[in-house]
Write a new protein. Structure first.
Ligand SMILES: [Zn+2]
Length: 218
């Protein structure tokens, strides 16, 4: 499953999404993915987690493994970045959940790679503050409201998540957009069958196609 339809599901959650045109949606998706990918230049993960953690710690970032449970499954927090002081929190339940998921699916994935998956996403958010600038402030703001000659513009915070996923995919050379895994995990935890999950991804692709191909709309 390609990055664009998945990125769309992220953008759809932005408050201003309903007021965006198809062209704007298309360019926001392209630009945020490009921003994330290009930012991964020089950050290729070679499987050596210790070295990467050292590099991050040397850059002044604390890395913490936390036990916090996440009761609410619709708003999933796997890891977090906090600015003051710069810290990355990785939640153990998330590592455990991913481990079990891959085990059930018959894949052998090392725990280090699962940690790296979380770490690179949050590392991108650190880079946004230390080097790159926030993704949503680098890309054009959207018009939220027009009052005569006055326009109220607003940044789109979800672009930061799309870029962080694109960054992680590129840095770790993953064949899939990391958001795909989030969807997959959420739905299989909710007990959805493989067929129903496949249908879900199919619907996402269709929604994306309908927006991108206006002649087929309605
Ligand atoms: Zn994030």
């Amino acid at each position: 499953m390609s990055a664009l339809p998945l990125a769309l599901t992220e953008l759809e959650q932005d408050e201003v999404f309903p007021s965006l045109s198809a062209n704007q949606i298309s360019s926001y998706l392209d630009e945020s993915i490009r921003f994330g990918r290009e930012s991964a230049e020089g950050y290729a993960y070679d499987g050596n987690l210790t070295r990467w953690m050292d590099r991050m710690i040397h850059a002044g970032v604390r890395i913490r493994f936390a036990d916090r449970k996440n009761g609410n499954h619709t708003e999933w927090v796997r890891a977090q970045y906090r600015r003051k002081p710069p810290s990355i929190y990785i939640y153990r339940f998330s590592l455990e959940q991913l481990k079990q998921f891959f085990h059930r699916s018959g894949y052998r994935v090392s725990e280090n790679d699962l940690i790296a998956l979380h770490l690179f996403h949050e590392w991108f958010h650190h880079l946004e503050y230390s080097r790159l600038g926030r993704t949503d402030l680098q890309l054009p703001k959207a018009v939220k409201k027009r009052w005569g000659p006055l326009t109220l513009k607003q940044p789109l915070p979800r672009l930061r998540e799309i870029a962080a996923h694109a960054f992680t995919q590129k840095a770790m050379d993953l064949p899939w957009f990391p958001l795909w895994l989030d969807h997959l995990l959420l739905l299989s935890e909710q007990g959805w069958s493989k067929t129903r999950i496949r249908e879900h991804f199919h619907q996402i692709k269709n929604r994306y196609r309908q927006i991108m191909e206006p002649e087929e709309r309605r």
